[in-house]
Design a protein around this ligand. Sequence first.
Ligand SMILES: NC(=O)c1ccc[n+]([C@@H]2O[C@H](COP(=O)([O-])OP(=O)(O)OC[C@H]3O[C@@H](n4cnc5c(N)ncnc54)[C@H](OP(=O)(O)O)[C@@H]3O)[C@@H](O)[C@H]2O)c1
Length: 263
Amino acid sequence: MKIAIIGAGNMGGAIARGLATGTLVRAEDLTVTAHTQATLDRLSADVPSLHTTLSNLEACRDASMVLLCIKPWLVQSVLEEIYPAIHASNPLLISVAAGITFDQLNTFLAGDQRPMVRIIPNTAISIKQSPTLICFNNQVEEAQKAFVKALFDELGSAIVIDEAHMAAGTAVTSCGIAYALQYIKAAIQGAIELGFYPQVAKQMIDQTVLGAVNLLEQNGTMPDTEIYKVCTPGGITIKGLNEMTREGFDNAVIQGLKKAAGK
Ligand SMILES: NC(=O)c1ccc[n+]([C@@H]2O[C@H](COP(=O)([O-])OP(=O)(O)OC[C@H]3O[C@@H](n4cnc5c(N)ncnc54)[C@H](OP(=O)(O)O)[C@@H]3O)[C@@H](O)[C@H]2O)c1
């Protein structure tokens, strides 16, 4: 299956590198574009067997799947540019552009109804550890849905939701990686105040967070279950937890997510 990736930045570049080293697509079947040759040269240096071109139209000819990995404000002009190829071969169109709806994509395509997918990864896609939110429009066939989900499962974990939840999901996962990192940053600062050097503090917090996530995954538990295992009645953990809640930790996270989701 020939796949065109339009835009080779943080998202497009990481998706290209990830798919090229995965099991479902051959690197030779990927054609990647960018605005500048320098970006394509960097990509080719990493994965020489990828095809690259500065021509979006050329990349889309014969493609069964086209991934739009350009900034949201470029989606309309790029779709107009590649329209002849899309009109001729009817590829599955996958948009990574945050906030651009199916309705807008349809409008940019002169009202054509065609199979389309919206995806939202986060930056951990560069290490194949991204949650990728996926929603499909009504024209996408079941086999196409399964293939797209499998592609992004290889780059972390694919989560299919409906379009109405994409903005909220973007806040939770795509913005959410920054919130998770903010916890790590704050914990490092606390550990430094308690007398640890920054690198030692970082090592302690990184492994603590990694272990917490792996516990949830491997035990199939919710956080409360693992939290209460640590809370001796009258002990220090519950004192720390309750102080964090009093200081607004839970509420700050909830309100931050709602703000990012536009609620
Ligand atoms: N970053 C995130 O965490 C994240 C998460 C979810 C969704 N998204 C979405 O992903 C999309 C891409 O974001 P990004 O962070 O990957 O941006 P980025 O790093 O700036 O990459 C954009 C890429 O588009 C290329 N480009 C610009 N104009 C082009 C054109 N006319 N034709 C072909 N390629 C062109 C650029 O080429 P040059 O490198 O040569 O300039 C660059 O490689 C956005 O729509 C964003 O909403 C991003």
